[in-house]
Design a protein around this ligand. Structure first.
Ligand code: SF4
Ligand code: SF4
Length: 447
């Protein structure tokens, strides 16, 4: 076991934390696949509106690599295919049957897994539609199956506010996780499984599985930060990663031969009707997860995937393939009279701009910028919080001036898109989004 302490980062303490209570939800009427939120994939539809599908039927494949299949999270009828601008497929919605039928895939026991070849295992994961749960550094694309990665990193927890607690999603499923790790060991010689030091409750049950204990503020626990702290050779930059919950899905598929869809999702944020963990299914509707909100929807924002890394979503949309959290916050679109002259007791600040820096209790945040965008003032706050030592302000400037090589030299490819630089920037520059876009464009150029 290795212990790694990460000094840089930032923990934002907010009101609206989820309780440890787990609420199972009834089956929703509709579920959906959201291709729009799967990076780099170019979907080719395999169904039409009105088609009958089973749980696990192919809904679309990736045009770049047709082996990558994306399966239906439910059995029933394709009720709607939503296209966006330039006919980008945004959602494929399935209305569930009362008596859902499901596809069957090959399964194996632990001893069969031991003697299984890598090729057969890869084939089983590809056909079972879960290869897309693997992502490859540094760009986050789905990796090519024939490549053996230098290592696979499993991150069991994240310090980002309002994410599922591993003690909850792993309850009674530790054996399944161990089975999942065994699968990964057939795919790569090096498998790293990390857990934050704060999660002592579940650590005792994970002996023999955990390889790293990490400590420090957000984004400690992130697979990219672990890679940055542990890598010794450039070839390790091509490691793969998968989240703890996704590894459970993978293990279940191989063990049972059935496409797994159970998700533990956190519903949180100051405007969430309830703040708790919810056992639901992949692709569930957001309004089904959220229940009622205490304010009218036009003044609340639905954030899928985390407040630093997620995105604002329509209330009528669905959980994407990777999402495990829904946060509801006030929009923050109301004008504040003489806001510039107020001491800011209720506004979080890392730069000690407001009197609130003296406060230790959690904040109720909204989504307002509370200021105008302006030029970089070289304050260095973004550098202070960057866990992978990028010097974001310099990477940003070289990116904006089109100096890609310089941006790469500053460590653009190490950026883990944690969003902290954007959060702390007093000039309100969305540094993270600019760097992410630069990284994606560079990837498209070289691939
Ligand atoms: S540059 Fe990337 S890793 Fe560093 S703080 Fe910004 S988003 Fe996070
Ligand atoms: S935090 Fe914003 S203003 Fe400060 S150095 Fe970074 S980019 Fe510039």
């Amino acid at each position: 076991m290795k212990f790694i302490h990460n000094k840089k980062g930032y923990d934002l303490h907010l009101t609206g934390n989820p309780s440890q209570q787990v609420s199972p939800r009834e089956t929703p009427e509709f579920v959906a696949l959201v291709p729009d939120k799967i990076p780099f994939v170019k979907p080719r539809l395999k169904v039409k509106q009105g088609s009958r599908v089973q749980l696990g039927s192919v809904i679309f494949e990736d045009k770049r690599n047709p082996e990558f299949k994306f399966l239906s999270p439910g059995g029933g009828r394709v009720a709607e295919i939503v296209f966006g601008p330039r006919r980008v497929i945004q959602q494929v919605v399935v209305q569930l049957d009362r008596d859902e039928q499901h596809e069957s895939f090959s399964s194996c026991t632990e001893s069969q897994l031991d003697s299984m070849s890598r090729t057969s295992l890869v084939d089983a994961i590809l056909k079972g539609g879960l290869w897309c749960l693997f992502r490859e550094f540094p760009f986050g694309d789905i990796p090519r199956p024939e490549v053996q990665p230098p290592s696979i990193i499993v991150s069991l927890d994240s310090r980002e506010p309002f994410q599922p607690d591993p003690a909850i999603y792993l309850a009674d499923r530790v054996d399944l996780l161990a089975f999942g790790v065994k699968i990964l060991r057939k795919l790569s010689d090096e498998v790293h499984v990390s857990l934050h030091q704060d999660n002592e409750a579940i650590a005792g049950q994970l002996k023999g599985v955990l390889t790293h204990r990490v400590s420090g503020p957000y984004p400690t626990g992130d697979a990219g930060v672990l890679l940055y702290r542990t890598k010794q050779h450039p070839h390790e930059n091509k490691a793969w990663y998968i989240s703890g919950q996704d590894l459970l899905l993978l293990a279940e598929l191989i063990k049972t031969g059935k496409y797994p869809v159970e998700r533990t999702v956190v519903l949180a944020g100051s405007l969430a009707h309830e703040k708790l963990h919810i056992r639901t299914r992949m692709g569930a509707p957001l309004k089904f997860i959220s229940g009622e909100t205490s304010q009218s929807p036009e003044h609340s924002r639905y954030i899928v995937g985390g407040i630093f890394r997620g995105y604002a979503a329509e209330k009528e949309s669905f959980l994407d393939l990777y999402a495990t959290s829904l946060t509801i916050l006030p929009e923050g679109d109301k004008k504040e009279l003489f806001g510039f002259a107020r001491p800011g007791l209720k506004k979080p600040t890392r730069s000690r701009t407001f009197l609130s820096s003296l406060k230790t209790s959690p904040f109720e945040v909204d989504c307002g910028l509370h200021g105008e965008k302006r030029a970089c003032i070289n304050c260095g706050y973004c550098d202070d919080v960057c866990a992978v030592d990028i010097l974001p302000q310099f990477a940003l400037k070289s990116t904006l001036t089109g100096e890609v090589e310089e941006s790469l030299a500053h460590g653009l490819l190490d950026c883990v898109n944690c969003g902290l630089c954007t959060f702390v920037c007093p000039s309100k520059i969305d540094i993270c989004a600019i760097l992410r876009q630069a990284k994606n464009e560079y990837y498209k150029e070289i691939s």
